[in-house]
Write a protein that binds this ligand. Structure first.
Ligand SMILES: Cc1ncc(C[n+]2csc(CCOP(=O)(O)OP(=O)(O)O)c2C)c(N)n1
Ligand SMILES: [Mg+2]
Length: 191
């Protein structure tokens, strides 16, 4: 969530940096999604509207793996595959953690690829830390998905806190604020 706010700032917008993006049309945030499970249904509605209006363009939804536990995910996918929304791209941050716990300990998602496929999606898996992997997967969708008539899911395998040794894969950093010393060492590691 925070990453999206920071990227918007890089693009010249000035969203309020808080825990979650709140609706703020001036700064290009058209919906509030801090409550998990809302982004995909909204994205499905946008993609469907484009189909109805014969509009070009794709809708991108970035979700957490823990977020997939929300029932709205699977309700939305029923609609998305029924309407053959091949203009919908869903990128899953597949870090196997949800806030302060391991997903496996809370409510196992088992094989997420098979789950998405069984809900009528085309699924590809990538290592999610190299942006070129995501770009390749998106280009592949452009070329190969034309005839699939399905939503396209990119399962991006990631490590939470990647690149900062004391944070990597440690769920306690989900919402904890590091002291200044640690911020400095994190900047050092990220160069
Ligand atoms: C509807 C709803 N329930 C609970 C929460 C509290 N919550 C915030 S983040 C989170 C875990 C989300 O897991 P994931 O999507 O995997 O994100 P990650 O922790 O990997 O960043 C939870 C349960 C919330 N924001 N919205
Ligand atoms: Mg997660």
């Amino acid at each position: 969530m925070l990453v999206i706010l920071i990227l918007l700032r890089e693009k010249g917008f000035n969203p309020k940096i808080s825990g979650h993006p709140d609706i703020d049309l001036e700064n290009n945030i058209s919906c509030t999604t801090g409550s998990l499970g809302h982004g995909l249904p909204i994205g499905v509605g946008m993609a469907l509207a484009r189909k109805f209006k014969n509009q070009q363009g794709r809708i991108f939804v970035l979700m957490g793996d823990g977020e997939c536990e929300e029932g709205t995910t699977w309700e939305s996918l029923l609609i998305a595959s029924h309407h053959k929304l091949d203009n919908l791209i869903i990128i899953i941050d597949y870090n196997k953690l949800q806030a302060l716990q391991k997903i496996q300990e809370v409510s196992s998602l088992d094989n997420l690829k098979i789950k998405f496929e069984s809900f009528g999606c085309y699924v590809t898996e990538v290592e999610g830390h190299d942006i070129s992997n995501i770009i390749n997967a998106l280009e592949k969708q452009n070329i190969e998905n034309q005839t699939l008539d399905k939503p396209y899911v990119i399962l991006a395998h990631t490590i939470k806190g990647k690149g900062i040794s004391f944070m990597e894969n440690d769920p306690k950093w989900h919402g904890r604020r590091p002291i200044l010393e640690r911020v400095k060492s994190a900047y050092g590691e990220l160069e």
